[in-house]
Structures are given as structure tokens and as C-alpha cells.
Write a protein that binds this ligand. Structure first.
Ligand code: FMN
Length: 496
């Protein structure tokens, strides 16, 4: 087993051993898909990886998730245990002092409002990203020797560099990225394996030649001591078209180790249909033949690949392998198992709906500020209901899905179509873009039990995303319908 983390390495003495560039474990048959924000948490990923498949933590919004767990009093002491292993103890203490509330904040009190991430910082948030990503991966790796992955959305760019560095410090074995074209990630992984400065281009709407849109992260500005090199994780790209798969291979600035081919029935964000957007009578995006990936062409690329989107059964796993895939990536089945971060009342309500045959999942082409279609599971009391959506005051205070844009003065500012309409329009945004936009940032944190409370009165409602396969989760349930765990999903998938 090669060393996979700063701990493994430093226990041998810094610099004594040059780390092998790759984690040497063979490829998994089942990847438990990354599910943001906080649905695929360290508990779920650890349960899956312990069983020899690939557990993947979500890296989305981990800075806020981590700070809120500390403000909730760190139940179980897991965050503290993780922080104790961060190789930067002064940073760990700064974060602990800033956010930890013994016994947890009162239920009707708000969580701290944190500064939003921008192209250049602020440092407080960069440190929080390093620590939060480190701890999530560290905890998912505890108690076994199998690799753990981390998932990011390319579109959420400002936290990328600090997050990747934190995850690599904890020995992450795989980085998986979709929702964008992550051409420039491979070189970041290469450079961070030697603690070297890395850069990433921030997409800035309206940027002009000569504008500085490059984000830079210098590990040495955060390191409290020298560390030996880190293992370079494998990099898997999540794609929904042959063109994107080919582009990644031809143009990425370093090695891509595999592809996840995700269809439009998958949970979370989906790629938009090809060509002109057409909606059915329920207002849902229509997908067709043109949106199917040609697996023959994928096989010709010669990389390992996994199929995702409705592959959560042993029949579909066999079908994928017969089609030349290394295996499958499964999300929905794991999202509703006991170990996932999805809050319990939502989980139970949707399991019961599945048992009664009443689930409804739609592809909402308006809800997400990213403008990607977003899968929504309908649930009373959640943001899937129009009354709940209309009752919510528009506030943008987490800001992950903000778009960077060039101001008239040539500076960089940020805007989100789910923020107050007047604010968005004052930043040059079009009013029609704001229509039906939902604050997924606040909603998804509420979905994992970390809702913001506003002036002690209004509590943010959640929004559950799920694949079309939600009705099928009944196949993992025991006869009393109570619930199931990650091991049940894996056992069923491997059955036969
Ligand atoms: C609750 C939920 C959240 C998800 N969030 C993400 C995400 O943050 N990033 C991502 O790449 N995929 C995300 N996905 C997609 C999964 O990783 C996986 O590819 C997909 O669910 C596979 O299809 P299935 O749901 O039919 O099994 C999410 C899926 C679910 C169900």
C-alpha cells in the first residue's frame, strides 16, 4: 500500500520517500456518485469504500458545511478528530476558535454569515476550504485502506484550488468532476503533489484580453512546515457527450484517468439536451436520440469508463460491463440509505412515497442558477412546492453559483440570478434570467439538516434532488419498509 496522505508520509519523515505518482489500487466496479451538498458525506463514502467499492465525498460547499457542523457543537467530535490530524495545527486552532460552539447554537439562532469566496480569497475561506476538504476525506478514509474519492462541480470555481489541496493533504485517491469542462484540473493535481503553486482560469463573463482572470494558490503560504510529496489522485471526468469526452482527452493539460458517462435520468444537475431546448407539456426538457452517448466511440478512447444514470441494479451493472464499461456510478440508491447526509424526515417521507408508488421526479430547466436542468423530487414542505418558493425572501449569502462578470470599470464582480432581482439587474443581469430561479445553495444545505435561520423566524427549506430511479429504491428495503444501508445497495448490485 503506498502512502496516501500527509500523515502516512510524515510518519516516515518528510522527504524520505518519493511517493509513487499514482494510487495503485485496481479500479472499482461500483462508484458511489458524489452527491452535493453533503448528501455523500464522509459516513456514506467510508461505508462504501470499506466494502471495496469507491466511496466519494461531495466537495461542494464543504467550507460552510464544516463551519456549521462546528456551530452545531460538533456532535460525536468527528470534526475535532479530523482537525487534530490536519498537518497545520495553528490553522486548525484558528478555525476551531472561530466556529466551534460548545453544545451547539440555539435552534432559532442563525449560523454565522461567512465572507463569500472570490477570485483572490479571502484567506479565511481558503483556510476553511483546506481544513474542511481535508477532514471530510480523512474521516472517509478512517478504519480501512481502500481509496476514497471527492467530487466537485467545475462550475463552482472559486474554491477549487484550496479544496483540492486540502483533499490531497488527506490522501484522496480519486478526484471526479462534472458540470463543466475541467481541462485545467490535471496540472493542478500534478503541481499540488509537490506542494507547488497552481493556477486555474476563472470564467468571467465579458472578460477582455489583458484582464487578469487567473486564480492562484500557493501552498507555501499556508504550510506551517515542510511536507513530503503527496500522492497524485486519479482524475475522472463526468461527461454526457462524445464530444466532451474527446475534448477532455485531446485538450486537458495533463492525464485524465477515466470517464463517467452520465445520462439524463441521473440525479443532480443534468447536461442540457442537444440542440434547441424543447419542453414537454409539464415544462420539462425533452431528451432524445441525439443525447445518447455512442459507447463504441467511448470504447475507442481506450480509457476505463463507468455508466451512470439508472444503473443501480445488478442487471444494469451486468449490462454496463457487457458494453465494455469498468462498472457503474450510482447515486439515487445511495442518497436514501441510512449513512447519507440527507436529513431524516425528507429521507423517510420519500421512502414512504416510493413504497406507496407516489414519487414524482421532474427535470426542472429553470430552477438552477447555473441554467443546467436540475432533477427535483417532489416533496411537501420543500422548495419543490410553489408556495414554499414564493414565501422565501430572495437572499444570496452563500454564493457558490454566482457568475463572475466584468464590471464597466474593468473589475470583477459576482452575480446570481437567484439573488434579489433588482440587485441582479443592477449588475447587468437580464430580469428574465431570474424567473423561477431557486437558491440551491441555501436549499441544499437545508436538505442536509444545516438550514440557515433568518432573524429567528424564517428557516430555509430544503430541496431534494434525485434521479428518475427514485421509485426503484424499494428494491433495497426490508419487508417492514423501514430503511436500508449502503451495504444493502452494494449487495444487491453485486447479486448474481
Ligand atoms: C442527491 C444527489 C445529488 C447529486 N449531486 C451531484 C454532485 O454534486 N455532483 C455530481 O457530479 N453529481 C451529482 N449527482 C449525480 C450522482 O453522482 C450520480 O452520477 C447519479 O446520481 C447517477 O444516477 P442515478 O441517480 O440514477 O444512480 C447527484 C445525485 C443525487 C441523487
Amino acid at each position: 500500500m503506498p502512502p496516501q496522505s500527509a500523515q502516512d508520509l510524515t510518519s516516515r519523515g518528510a522527504g524520505e520517500e518519493k511517493v509513487e505518482a499514482r494510487v495503485t489500487a485496481s479500479y472499482p466496479l461500483i462508484i458511489q456518485g458524489g452527491m452535493g451538498a453533503g448528501v455523500s458525506n464522509w459516513c456514506l463514502a467510508r461505508a462504501v469504500s470499506r466494502l471495496g467499492q469507491l466511496g466519494v465525498v461531495s466537495g461542494t460547499a464543504l467550507d460552510h458545511i464544516f463551519a456549521r457542523r462546528l456551530q452545531d457543537g460538533d456532535p460525536g467530535g468527528h470534526m475535532r478528530r479530523g482537525l487534530d490530524h490536519l498537518p497545520f495545527p495553528e490553522m486548525a486552532e484558528r478555525i476551531w476558535r472561530a466556529y466551534y460552539i460548545p453544545g451547539g447554537k440555539p435552534g432559532n439562532a442563525s449560523y454565522k454569515t461567512l465572507p463569500l469566496q472570490t477570485k483572490d480569497g479571502p484567506r479565511e475561506m481558503r483556510e476553511l476550504c483546506i481544513a474542511a476538504n481535508f477532514v471530510e476525506v480523512f474521516l472517509a478514509r478512517e478504519g480501512h485502506d481502500n481509496p476514497v474519492g471527492i467530487n466537485y462541480l467545475e462550475k463552482i470555481q472559486t474554491p477549487h484550488l484550496a479544496s483540492l489541496y486540502g483533499a490531497m493533504l488527506a490522501g484522496v485517491g480519486y478526484v471526479l468532476m462534472g458540470a463543466g469542462i475541467p481541462l485545467k484540473i490535471p496540472a493542478v493535481l500534478d503541481r499540488f503533489s509537490n506542494h507547488e503553486t497552481a493556477t486555474y482560469p476563472l470564467h468571467v463573463a465579458g472578460a477582455q484580453e489583458g484582464d487578469d482572470t487567473t486564480m492562484t494558490f500557493v501552498p507555501r503560504e499556508y504550510m506551517e512546515r515542510d511536507l513530503p510529496p503527496l500522492a497524485r489522485p486519479r482524475f475522472l471526468v463526468i461527461v454526457s457527450s462524445n464530444t466532451l469526452a474527446t475534448t477532455m482527452l485531446r485538450k486537458a493539460n495533463g492525464s485524465v484517468d477515466g470517464l463517467v458517462i452520465e445520462g439524463w435520468t441521473a440525479g443532480g444537475h443534468n447536461a442540457p439536451p442537444r440542440g434547441k431546448l424543447q419542453l414537454d407539456e409539464k415544462g420539462e426538457a425533452i431528451y432524445g436520440e441525439r443525447d445518447k452517448v455512442d459507447l463504441e466511440k467511448i470504447r475507442e478512447l481506450g480509457l476505463p469508463f463507468w455508466l451512470a444514470g439508472g444503473y443501480g441494479s445488478s442487471e444494469k451493472l451486468r449490462e454496463a460491463v457487457a458494453a465494455g464499461a469498468t462498472g457503474v456510478q450510482v447515486g439515487t440508491a445511495f442518497a436514501f440509505c441510512a449513512e447519507s447526509g440527507l436529513r431524516d424526515d425528507y429521507k423517510q417521507a420519500l421512502i414512504q412515497k416510493a413504497i406507496r408508488g407516489e414519487v414524482r421526479v421532474s427535470t426542472d430547466s429553470q430552477a438552477s442558477p447555473t441554467s443546467f436542468p436540475f432533477k427535483v423530487a417532489h416533496l411537501e414542505g420543500s422548495l419543490s412546492e410553489n408556495e414554499v418558493y414564493l414565501a422565501r425572501p430572495r437572499i444570496c449569502d452563500l454564493g457558490y453559483l454566482r457568475e463572475a462578470y466584468r464590471t464597466a470599470e474593468g473589475a470583477i464582480d459576482y452575480r446570481c440570478p437567484a439573488e434579489p432581482v433588482s440587485v441582479y439587474v443592477s449588475k447587468g443581469g437580464k430580469p428574465e434570467t431570474t424567473r423561477e430561479k431557486k437558491c440551491l445553495c441555501n436549499a441544499l444545505l437545508a436538505t442536509v439538516g444545516l438550514p440557515q435561520v433568518r432573524t429567528g423566524k424564517y428557516t430555509e427549506a430544503g430541496l431534494v434532488t434525485s434521479g428518475n430511479d427514485l421509485a426503484g429504491i424499494t428494491r433495497f428495503l426490508p419487508p417492514d419498509g423501514s430503511g436500508y444501508n449502503a451495504a444493502d445497495v452494494i449487495a444487491k448490485l453485486l447479486d448474481g
